[in-house]
Write a protein that binds this ligand. Structure first.
Ligand SMILES: *Cc1c(COP(=O)(O)O)cnc(C)c1O
Length: 469
């Protein structure tokens, strides 16, 4: 399998060539040259597989530059009951008739990002060892991504993590989760500013190409194809649990931000997984809901981006969206490059023609959005009526899912985080504290390891240079 860029660079690259990279050199995102299709017999054969075996089968279709035995071992090491809390890894929980939660948040940081990041940690360690290289991951986080990356990379050979976060601004739980890691290769840098300051520093350091090359600086952001590929697996796992034969269809409802998660659903559907609808749910930051209603994509400025009670969906633009638009435009790279290059830069967005937008429905997409009041009501209803406690992001998904139910088609709502991470809104909705998994009881009392630095890229560079050994 070779990978190409959404903006036309067709230099054939293998999976391991793009594994450690971010954007393609032309500024586009990597996608496989084509999606392998799964026939009926294969899907039937996969019904009996454990999650790690299923992951190996799907990954093998996209990765031909890692020997099969090694890839199988990496999948087996990643998707264990010990790390993800159950034998099924992503079990279904029934809610109402025909509505299920698919649990994706029982990994180490209680959010679905662990599903992909844990695999990425093992792939990075494997590939760096094979090349005799090291990598220094530099990132900025306001919560979820940073902790998922740290828990995936902790103790990995050849990898160091330098994670910037706004000093004192993450939730107490998130701070405890990240700062209690004491592994020598994990560095928490608390910047005396806001999240945007952290991101600006990452940009400043990364645009110093000499520094970047000299110190092998890399990222683990959500545009990484390997992360997206890992997420394709749980769409198959969810489908196989919800059905008994391949004539049945299911729909998925996906709390969305950067369009990574639902893009994996799109890939699964393109491979032939019988998905009826992909229901995209947003919060008040409805850039994507607006697109799927109108064909118009308008990115927001930071000042126009709301801080909501489902913060991991508070996006101003969706960094993986270009992948879907490329497919929607029947892979017209010139048009994609024009839309996401000049048009986005000059006009802050674009509007597709009616003919360009029409296939969105054939790809199964529908959408909706919700408000803080909707989240609170949905959390309360789900707890009082069904005895199930859900988090704010999953509540966005469930609320929008209910608007798109069809008789006879199971609806799988992806549970993207556990309520333990969002105690304030749970208190507001239920008048009590959220449940917390036993392993995380008392993490606020653990010793913490972090360094406070000013809003200054030079200070961050100096820190990195003095902590490379
Ligand atoms: C990251 C995240 C999302 C958004 O996922 P995307 O892949 O960016 O669309 C939704 N919910 C939670 C809890 C997240 O951490």
């Amino acid at each position: 399998m070779k990978y190409i860029s959404t903006r036309g660079d067709a230099t054939p690259r293998g999976f391991c060539d793009i594994l450690l990279e971010g954007l393609a050199p032309d500024g586009g995102l990597y996608l496989p040259a084509s999606y392998p299709s799964i026939d009926d017999a294969t899907l039937t054969r996969w019904r009996g597989l454990r999650y790690a075996e299923l992951a190996f089968e799907i990954l093998s279709l996209y990765i031909d530059d890692i020997p099969a035995a090694d890839l199988r071992r990496l999948c087996e090491a990643t998707y264990t009951e010990r790390t993800f809390g159950s034998r099924q890894i992503t079990p279904l929980k029934p809610l109402d008739e025909g509505v299920f939660l698919q649990a994706l948040s029982n990994g180490p940081t209680l959010a679905f990002k662990d599903m992909a990041m844990q695999l990425l940690g093992n792939l990075f360690e494997y590939e760096l060892d094979r090349r005799g290289q090291t990598l220094n991951i530099l990132g900025a986080t306001s919560g979820d991504t940073g902790s998922a990356a740290e828990y995936a990379m902790r103790g990995k050979k050849g990898v160091r993590v330098f994670m910037l976060s706004p000093h004192g601004r993450m939730s107490p739980f998130q701070q405890a989760q990240m700062f209690s890691l004491t592994d020598a290769n994990i560095h928490n840098l608390c910047i005396e500013g806001v999240f945007d300051d952290c991101q600006d520093i990452v940009k400043a350091v990364s645009s110093d190409l000499d520094f970047k090359r000299r110190h092998r600086i890399g990222t683990v952001n959500s545009i990484n194809w390997a992360r997206l590929l890992a997420q394709v697996v749980y769409y198959f796992a969810g489908y196989l649990q919800a059905t008994t034969n391949n004539a049945q269809k299911v729909s998925f409802a996906v709390p969305s931000g950067n369009f990574g998660n639902i893009c994996a659903g799109h890939v699964a559907r393109c491979m032939g997984l019988p998905i009826d609808r992909l229901v995209l749910a947003t919060n008040e930051n409805k850039v994507l809901d607006e697109f799927f209603r109108s064909g118009r994509y308008r990115v927001r400025a930071s000042a126009e981006t709301f801080e909501t009670s489902s913060p991991s969906m508070d996006i101003s633009k969706a960094s993986n969206f270009e992948r879907f638009v490329f497919d929607l435009l029947n892979r017209d790279a010139a048009r994609t490059a024009d839309l996401f290059g000049p048009q986005l830069a000059k006009q802050g967005g674009f509007t597709l023609t009616a003919a360009e937008f029409a296939p969105a429905a054939q790809f199964g997409f529908v959408s909706g959005s919700s408000t803080h009041a909707d989240r609170v009501a949905t959390i309360r209803d789900t707890w009082q009526r069904l005895g199930v406690m859900i988090d704010t992001h999953t509540a966005d998904g469930l609320k929008v899912a209910r608007q798109h139910l069809r008789p006879g088609v199971p609806m799988l709502v992806l549970e993207t985080a556990l309520p333990a991470k969002f105690a304030d809104t749970i208190h507001e909705a239920l008048g009590r504290a959220p449940e917390r998994p036993a392993a995380l009881q008392g993490i606020e009392q653990l010793p913490r390891r972090f360094t406070v630095l000013p809003v200054d890229a030079v200070a961050v560079k100096r820190y990195i240079e003095t902590h490379l050994n």
